[in-house]
Write a protein that binds this ligand. Structure first.
Ligand SMILES: Cc1cc2nc3c(=O)[nH]c(=O)nc-3n(C[C@H](O)[C@H](O)[C@H](O)COP(=O)(O)OP(=O)(O)OC[C@H]3O[C@@H](n4cnc5c(N)ncnc54)[C@H](O)[C@@H]3O)c2cc1C
Ligand SMILES: *[C@@H]1O[C@H](CO)[C@@H](O)[C@H](O)[C@H]1NC(C)=O
Ligand SMILES: *[C@@H]1O[C@H](CO)[C@@H](O)[C@H](O)[C@H]1NC(C)=O
Ligand SMILES: *[C@@H]1O[C@H](CO)[C@@H](O)[C@H](O)[C@H]1NC(C)=O
Ligand SMILES: *[C@@H]1O[C@H](CO)[C@@H](O)[C@H](O)[C@H]1NC(C)=O
Ligand SMILES: *[C@@H]1O[C@H](CO)[C@@H](O)[C@H](O)[C@H]1NC(C)=O
Ligand SMILES: *[C@@H]1O[C@H](CO)[C@@H](O)[C@H](O)[C@H]1NC(C)=O
Length: 672
């Protein structure tokens, strides 16, 4: 459907008024060399570029980005002509899951996936981040740089930057609207901080709760609660409460077990998507003559003029113009940072000869560094949905089906353009979810039988290696790393405060069961015919069979919903798996999971993991590539050793913030 009238005009005008005057489009516009070169201008990459250009006015930074500068509408904004670039992938078939392929998308645009994502803005639980350090073992526990909750929480709060004035915070939005929208005068200083408290009447109406102590200093990335809920949103809330789940006041402060309100990454007043390009490029570029952004160029590989073992200087970055296919080298005097996202960072490293020697040799690429972890350890969230018919549905208004009513729809569109914005389009994907630990899902003996299976695999080289991709089964480092991960995950999954299941909702009566801590591991590899083309994704979903045990525990838990007073009152009848599927029949439930599971919730990660080299890691706690000397780091969602129990964008910003701090501190020391 296309909208006519003012909406289209204003969005079209907006797209043509982008702050792109400073953007570079060809090699002739570049400087002879840069201090820092960042490959990939996405969620983490632009966070780093912003912080480095701010901290070092006399050092130059170049960001090389494959995509274009494009306005990214919110995930559920009124239809517009604006469609930011996307990479889309179909994985290899997954033999354990009916040969299904995973459909995966990522942002191919300045700002990366933050420009195309669902704006659901949660953080993992404290235990998820603690587990990163645990998986790293003694080496990581004794490192000066800590990636546990205590070490990363300040970066979620983004305490470092508190100089932002309220008007700077909305600079980019007012610039991008033509004519500019003037909401700045109505902002109070509080609204320049990451999280903006909702107006009291909105909070009261929906029962929003939060704790400002989980949020911190000013940042140009916004986080707020929508001014709208569908009328039946409280039904599932009441039902989950009756299932015994807690209602934490705040879920972003490290403790997130129970029923949660989740902020949305959008502006508190306009409800426009907040993202990395707006916050970490457009909002600052006017005052950063040292910040260059080259668009429509692919970072091909890094090349060491000298052997990396010399460790003296960073590699060159070989770049390809998408306009004319020409290749050129860019010189970085200080560092090269790869931030191309979990699906592309491994491609840059592999093309550079940094990766598993066997894989490189078969692709005809000379081995520069044999690091089996590159492109390995692929994880994502996945799961089926349990659903119900409410045969006595009650009378709720409004509901999503009212968007079919032209009067209601027109009012929704008009409301979205008001200041403050109101109505259904401010809701994005919804902002409520349950997060449930395994011990809160079933009888202790049932749960401990699952944990025992994980521990048994973690304790055996033979068992652990049998679940790894074939070319890792003889790699002592990959086996050691996988065993350490499984042992860490067994502890995590046995923790009654660490969620294993997430189920978000906004209306209706269905529960998607996200498997938050998968045990199977996939790969990202180059296309042997064309290494510059899209990589080949092998999800290997369900290759560790205990993932099915976890799915089953989640499904069994959710199926208990029909017995709650709330669901009884509304006459709930299970649709999926369906009353014909016996809850005691593991095989029938497995068949349901195989048939119904969505293989990717768009959270691919962990393909250049931060783990010691002898555990199959690619980077250390300083995010430097093992063995590459001082000048090469990775900063994006590929560095996580384990996917956290959350959507990833808040973590992508936090990783970018912490990485920037590590780099800044090092270069400050060198100067002194
Ligand atoms: C459809 C979708 C929905 C999502 N929903 C949510 C959600 O609701 N909430 C949430 O928190 N998270 C969500 N996520 C996940 C989250 O947005 C991402 O995990 C996170 O933004 C990734 O950050 P990143 O910095 O690792 O990579 P990205 O932000 O993806 O950045 C990588 C950048 O590198 C560029 N690039 C790639 N290869 C090259 C190359 N060779 N040379 C130059 N540039 C290159 C890309 O174009 C891109 O701009 C979603 C993701 C998607 C795709
Ligand atoms: C930047 O360089 C100028 C000129 O060389 C110098 O005066 C200034 O102190 C430098 N600033 C910083 C922050 O190093
Ligand atoms: C999956 O595909 C393989 C190869 O084509 C085939 O041998 C196998 O039977 C398929 N499995 C299922 C469940 O369809
Ligand atoms: C980049 O530099 C490397 C190392 O000197 C060289 O081998 C390569 O050909 C250069 N690439 C281009 C496009 O000049
Ligand atoms: C359509 O929506 C309007 C505004 O909400 C409402 O007044 C009207 O009754 C609705 N019409 C139908 C047929 O539901
Ligand atoms: C590899 O790239 C070639 C050339 O672009 C393409 O035709 C082929 O389909 C790709 N292979 C896979 C498995 O995607
Ligand atoms: C659920 O409701 C739909 C629509 O009314 C109906 O087609 C379907 O048969 C119902 N399923 C069950 C299990 O009641």
């Amino acid at each position: 459907m296309r909208l006519s009238g003012p909406t289209v005009i204003s969005l079209a005008a907006l797209a043509s008024a982008l702050p792109d005057a400073a953007v570079k489009r060809q090699v002739s516009q570049l400087r002879p060399s840069y201090d820092f070169v960042i490959v990939g201008g996405g969620t983490s990459g632009l966070t780093v570029a912003d912080r480095l250009t701010q901290a070092f006015p006399n050092k130059t930074v170049l960001v090389v980005e494959y995509g274009e500068i494009q306005y990214g509408p919110g995930v559920s904004d009124p239809p517009s002509d604006s469609t930011p670039g996307r990479w889309s992938f179909s994985s290899l078939p997954n033999p354990e899951v009916n040969n299904k392929t995973a459909f995966v998308v990522a942002g191919q645009v300045v700002g990366g996936s933050s420009v195309v994502n669902g704006q659901f803005f949660d953080r993992g639980s404290r235990f998820d981040y603690d587990s990163w350090t645990e998986a790293g073992g003694r080496e990581f526990e004794s490192s000066d740089i800590k990636w546990n909750w205590k070490g990363i929480f300040p970066y979620f709060k983004k305490v470092r930057w508190s100089s932002l004035s309220p008007c700077e915070a909305c600079f980019c939005l007012s610039q991008q609207h033509n004519p500019p929208i003037h909401f700045c005068s109505s902002l109070t200083p509080r609204q320049s901080v990451t999280f903006t408290e909702p107006p009291a009447e909105v909070a009261k109406k929906y029962g929003y709760t939060w704790d400002v102590s989980a949020f911190g200093g000013a940042t140009p990335i916004h986080s707020s609660f929508p001014r709208f809920q569908w009328a039946d949103q409280p039904v599932l809330w009441a039902m989950y409460k009756e299932m015994g789940l807690q209602e934490p006041k705040e879920c972003a402060g490290g403790d997130k077990e129970g029923i949660c309100w989740v902020p949305t990454s959008q502006h508190p007043v306009t409800a426009r998507r907040s993202h990395s390009e707006l916050g970490h490029y457009a909002a600052v570029i006017d005052t950063r003559p040292n910040y260059d952004l080259l668009v429509k160029h692919q970072g091909v590989r890094v090349v060491y003029a000298k052997k990396p073992q010399h460790k003296s200087s960073p590699p060159l970055v070989e770049v390809r113009s998408l306009a004319d296919n020409s290749l050129f080298n860019v010189t970085a005097k200080a560092e090269v940072i790869i931030s191309a996202g979990a699906l592309h960072t491994p491609t840059v490293l592999l093309r550079s000869g940094i990766g598993p020697a066997s894989v490189l040799k078969s692709a005809g690429i000379p081995v520069v560094l044999d690091l089996p972890g590159v492109g390995s350890n692929l994880q994502d969230h996945s799961g089926p949905a349990v659903s119900w018919n409410l045969t006595k549905p009650g009378t709720f208004s409004p509901l999503p089906k009212d968007m079919n009513n032209a009067t209601f729809l027109n009012d929704a569109v008009a409301g979205f353009s008001e200041t403050p914005a109101r109505g259904p389009y401010t809701l994005a994907m919804g902002n409520s979810a349950i997060y449930v630990s395994l011990p809160h899902m079933g009888a202790p003996t049932y749960i401990s039988s699952i944990i025992t299976k994980i521990r048994a695999i973690a304790a055996s080289d033979a068992k652990a290696s049998s679940y790894l991709p074939p070319d890792h089964r003889t790699s002592p480092a990959m086996i050691a790393g996988y065993k350490a991960q499984l042992s860490t995950l067994a502890t995590l999954l046995a923790n009654p405060q660490a969620p294993s299941l997430e189920s978000p909702w906004q209306s209706g009566s269905a529960a998607t069961a996200f498997l938050l801590h998968p045990l199977s591991r996939g790969t990202v590899r180059l296309n042997g015919t064309d290494p510059l083309a899209q990589p080949i994704l092998d999800y290997r979903a369900g290759s560790n069979p205990v993932d099915f045990d976890l799915h089953l525990a989640h499904v069994r838990f959710l199926r208990r919903a029909v017995d709650t007073p709330t669901f009884q009152k509304y006459g709930a009848v299970e649709v999926l798996p369906g009353e014909g599927v016996d809850d005691a029949d593991d095989e029938a439930l497995r068949a349901f999971v195989r048939a119904q599971t969505t293989l990717s919730f768009m959270h691919p990660c962990c393909t250049a993991a931060m783990l010691p080299e002898e555990r199959g890691g690619v980077v250390g706690t300083d995010l430097r590539v093992h063995g590459a000397g001082g000048g090469l780091r990775v900063v994006d969602m590929s560095v996580m050793p384990l996917v956290p129990a959350s959507h990833l964008s808040a973590t992508a910003y936090a990783v970018g913030e912490k990485a920037a701090d590590i780099i800044i501190e090092e270069w400050r020391k060198r100067r002194d």
